[in-house]
Design a protein around this ligand. Structure first.
Ligand code: HSE
Length: 317
């Protein structure tokens, strides 16, 4: 029996829609794998999802990712998978990506690591696509590699790992509601005004440069989304007030995490992330009319998916 952990991730990061993401340290998902008689994914159990996720391997993001990996490895070996969900569904922190990534990392370890990270990325994305209908590398890539990742292209993968300034930390507020990514993408249309596009790619360049030079001022100025956030902001009750609270409490920037409803704030260090997170939580409680929320604070997760000893009890939360 082998188990792998893959962390939650913040995708888009304000100005990098579909191409930029970073990993959290926790929470995350764990997938355990054991050899099984016969070829393919012989069984799949999901724990921690209240029975909501499919257990047909072809329709489950972890199962479909492993099917893709087994095909890629041209193996007739079989596996039994157990997915331990530490992440809430449709929460905007890469829940399906974490399951897919943990699954392929665990199976690759069981087989003696025949696949490269690039192959694991492709298989995790294939799993997401098979199970969810679409896949974006901006959650899978940071969940697999850790840190900040620019997915310059997905097929074939062209993944650029970016430096993470010392102590960079984040607060993530997770309102207890769900947003389907497909519905949030349907709001976006397919046209971007040139003026907004210019501001957006200027900010993406600024953010990448700020990460390379550890220039927190440049990072802060660049953490503005002129394209996607304006079209999604109304999906999350109190989003603008929470964003203002985060910036007022000293966050470098604050925006939707992925397609929401989670809201992230990047901060210069963990103590400020904790202060910013509390400000976000307080304002959200006042604005959201009794909707509960989780608050996670941590440094940016420099380590991505990894093999762990122990099972669900060891899921970092
Ligand atoms: N980049 C994606 C989006 C992330 O915002 O729609 C969700 O998979």
């Amino acid at each position: 029996m082998i188990a792998a952990y893959a962390p939650a991730s913040v995708s888009n990061v304000a100005c990098g829609f579909d191409v930029l993401g970073f990993a959290l340290e926790a929470p995350g998902d764990v997938v355990s794998v054991a050899p099984a008689d016969g070829p393919g994914v012989r069984s799949l159990i999901v724990r921690g999802d209240d029975g909501r996720l499919p257990t047909d391997p072809a329709r489950n993001t972890a199962g479909a990712a492993v099917i893709a990996l087994l095909e890629r490895l041209e193996t007739t070996r079989g596996v039994a998978l157990t997915v331990h969900k530490g992440l809430p569904l449709a929460s905007g922190v890469g829940s399906s990506a974490a399951s897919a990534v943990a699954a392929v990392v665990a199976v690759n370890e069981l087989f003696g690591r025949p696949a490269s990270l690039e192959v694991l990325l492709e298989c995790a994305m294939a799993g997401e696509r098979a199970a969810c209908g679409a896949a974006h590398p901006d959650n899978v890539a940071p969940a697999l590699y850790g840190g900040f990742v620019l997915a310059r292209a997905a097929a074939p993968p062209d993944i650029v790992r970016l430096p993470v300034p010392a102590h960079l930390a984040c607060a993530v507020l997770h309102p207890h509601m769900e947003i389907e990514t497909g519905a949030a993408r349907a709001l976006l249309g397919d046209a971007v005004p040139l003026g907004a596009a210019i501001k957006q790619w200027a900010n993406l360049g600024g953010l990448v440069a700020g990460l390379f030079t550890a220039d927190l001022g440049l990072i802060a100025r660049s953490l503005v989304d002129h394209v996607v956030e304006p079209r999604r902001a109304a999906l999350v009750p109190g989003f603008r007030a929470v964003q203002q609270a985060a910036l007022g409490a000293g966050a470098l920037g604050c925006s939707l995490s992925g397609s929401g409803p989670s809201i992230f704030a990047l901060c210069d260090a963990l103590p400020s992330a904790q202060r910013v997170g509390e400000a976000m939580r307080t304002v959200f409680a006042a604005e959201s009319r009794a909707l509960a929320a989780d608050l996670w604070t941590c440094e940016v997760g420099r380590e991505g998916a990894r093999i762990i000893t122990g099972l669900a009890a060891s899921v970092p939360r």
